[in-house]
Design a protein around this ligand. Sequence first.
Ligand SMILES: Nc1ncnc2c1ncn2[C@@H]1O[C@H](COP(=O)(O)OP(=O)(O)OP(=O)(O)O)[C@@H](O)[C@H]1O
Ligand SMILES: [Mg+2]
Length: 365
Amino acid sequence: MIEEARLPLLIVDSKGRIIFANKWLKKCMGYIRLEFLNNNLQNLCAPYEQNRYIFSCLPDIKRTTEVDIDLQQKNGEIFTANVSFAPFDYRQARHLLIIVRDVTSRRIREVKIREDEERYHRLLVERNMLQDQLHRSSKVAFMGELAAGIAHEINNPLGIILGFVQDILDEIPLNDPLIEPIKIIEQETARCVNVVKNLLDFARLKPPERIPVDIVELLESSIVLMTPRIKKNKVSIKRDFDMEPPSIKVDPQLVQQVFLNIMINAIQAMPDTGVLAFGIGIASKAQLHKPGDWIQITISDTGIGISEKDIHRVFDPFFTTKGSKGTGLGLSVCQRIMEDHKGKIEIENLKGAGTICSLYFPIKD
Ligand SMILES: Nc1ncnc2c1ncn2[C@@H]1O[C@H](COP(=O)(O)OP(=O)(O)OP(=O)(O)O)[C@@H](O)[C@H]1O
Ligand SMILES: [Mg+2]
């Protein structure tokens, strides 16, 4: 009956020695009867399957157990089978009836379903990212137009006010009681000029004019520009440059603006002493959603850090925690410049204290 069964069947003893195989099994494995007998069950498996745990506990199998195993036909071809081990006693010795079902097509289906699910998940993440980007871009474009309009209107009057105030300050004697209020007018007007300049920078961001640039040199020259502020806040500088990066094509003026904005934020976060650290390396980041190598520049500080509730908003135009001292445009300008360079900017809190800002520039573009 077993011989005629339309399923590949075999019987093994408790050591896994084959004592019977029906003709279906011979047919599906490509062996002749003699090649089966006294052979070991493990030898029917693909080489990488021969040490499976199940083979070491055959005598202990108490009830029918099923496992998927890759079997190897005589011609070397491998197929996945669902193998069930049904124990029974024969002449007072433990034996196992083994039924083999080819499940290659089921496995292929399962793998395909898994792949489809992964692809769907990836597409979903990408779609959400694009949606975010679109939302941000339209918001930024609107803000930009608005800002440009306002800034343009008030730029000239502000310049005129500042000019007159400075003239008055030059003219009036130092002991005049009006000198203090006029100095305040000068300071506050200068601050407005700065806000307007930031607005115009933001609104008038030009597309990058890329040329080959030594990014380390550009970073070093930006650090030099920051020296007065660095000294004023008693900040020390640390460099951790793993390697000399290849030259890349960027717009040096715009990228310098990115370095400066990030450094200004870092220095502002450390009003009295701290460490401003720079790192350069190569990153192959899968999470950047585009394969390939990137130059990664990190700028970190040991300052006040960013609260959990704010960290998701720091790239929003006009988001600031600095009250009237900030316009909240620094990081949105950086993000736009990095996107225009097909790069990326990220900011995170550091474990101890402070933040780390990472810039990624594509090496090949
Ligand atoms: N290194 C940092 N440490 C702590 N907080 C930071 C840091 N960098 C950015 N932030 C937070 O992100 C906010 C937005 O930064 P962003 O540079 O865009 O604007 P801002 O510095 O407030 O104003 P602006 O740069 O226009 O003068 C900041 O107000 C601050 O709360
Ligand atoms: Mg800033």
